[in-house]
Design a protein around this ligand. Sequence first.
Ligand code: NAD
Length: 438
Amino acid sequence: MNICVVGTGYVGLVTGAVFADLGNDVLCVDNDAAKVADLDAGRMPIYEPGLEEMVARNVADGRLAFTTDLPTAVRRSVIVFITVGTPPKPDGQTDLSAVEDVARVIAQAMERYTVVVNKSTVPVGTGNLVREVIEKNQVRPVPFDVVSNPEFLREGSAIEDTLRPDRIVIGAPTQQVAMSLLELYAPLERPMIITDVPSAEMIKYASNAFLSTKISFINAIANICELAGADVTQVMKGMGLDARIGASFLSAGLGYGGSCFPKDTDSLVHTASALGYDFSLLRAVVGINRERASHFVALMARTLDPLAGRTVAVLGLAFKPNTDDMREAKSLEVIERLLERGAAVRVYDPVAMPPARRLLPATVTYFESPYEAATGADAVALVTEWNEFKFLNLERLRTAMRRPVVFDGRNVWEPERMRRLGFEYHSIGRKSVVPSHP
Ligand code: NAD
């Protein structure tokens, strides 16, 4: 099938590569000419395990190509996927301008029946908006349909998630329209939900809002555990074994970041309010998440008292492991607060340092290993739970530090082990420990 995917970011590039791998002819379109040139030269704009190989294989086989020419791509495609960014406006509302821009060009270029699929995360009602934009901008009437096919991939396991999603959601105006997408996805042999467009749009937001709620819920429980002397990791285990609850998204830490949960929760609060409903539950979820970084830095300030003049080594910058995505990364907030309080900040991340350099103040210093970053530091603060950190040589880390104090924002290490290794160790929702032989 000839398809085109508009917006070659995390979602568009992975979706395009996977559809090509399934045997389709895929054109990936982006209006960022530099990105397209990089992709043409075989350079990936993002870090995603397995992506480079999959892209190279399909480009070599002639099933996948990149272009900035959207009109030509539309004219040769029976299905056009919109996967452009839908960033938040300052008030939390979703900025749909990229989606609308693309819809206008599609309208003008379309020469025969086309299925336009919204894969970007868009508020309920956007399917109608896209239909109206296309109708208004067509040069002559050409039949088309608008479908909602929200994306659930996670950065860091995007290929795997796209090949084996828990479910594929298709929101279409009729069964017949849904069939074209069913056909495309059939080789994956995964459960499919066929529904109407607004329900599909809501499934995406409701899912992200629910996962965010689990995270903020366990973080609120962690706060209580800290006050009560309980251990949130035990509480989480005890809760997670209940099949009605489940263990995933129930780890206490610095809260959620990234390009999806923060903006999608804000957007749903906004959409609900525009429709006349005060989603106070989700507002609380957002509020709890916002406090996580300051809660963590306040703990550091109390312990290192004062923070001014201290050196803190921050391990992990990406918003989560296995990605170089720095959007809404908790590291940005933590580092900003440390600098505000006069601390010097040294950092290490296995892959996210290049994008981080563009976002962090110039006073931050970068190192090629966690041990170098920790050298001479008064404390180590673990912010992103990369696997590499779970297997650090902790003796070596301690020896490199000026003071063996660790703040573990993701509960990666065991308190008792840290104590035995000679660390003063602070984590989330668990008792702090001091070394057995100070
Ligand atoms: P991204 O920023 O990585 O990529 C968007 C791409 O669209 C960029 O390459 C940009 O240059 C391009 N673009 C913008 N305007 C364009 C235009 N007018 N014409 C052509 N290209 C244009 O974004 P992303 O992370 O891939 O997210 C895309 C959408 O998918 C968002 O709605 C997001 O919420 C949703 N989503 C993202 C994820 C994720 O993990 N990143 C997961 C599920 C859903």
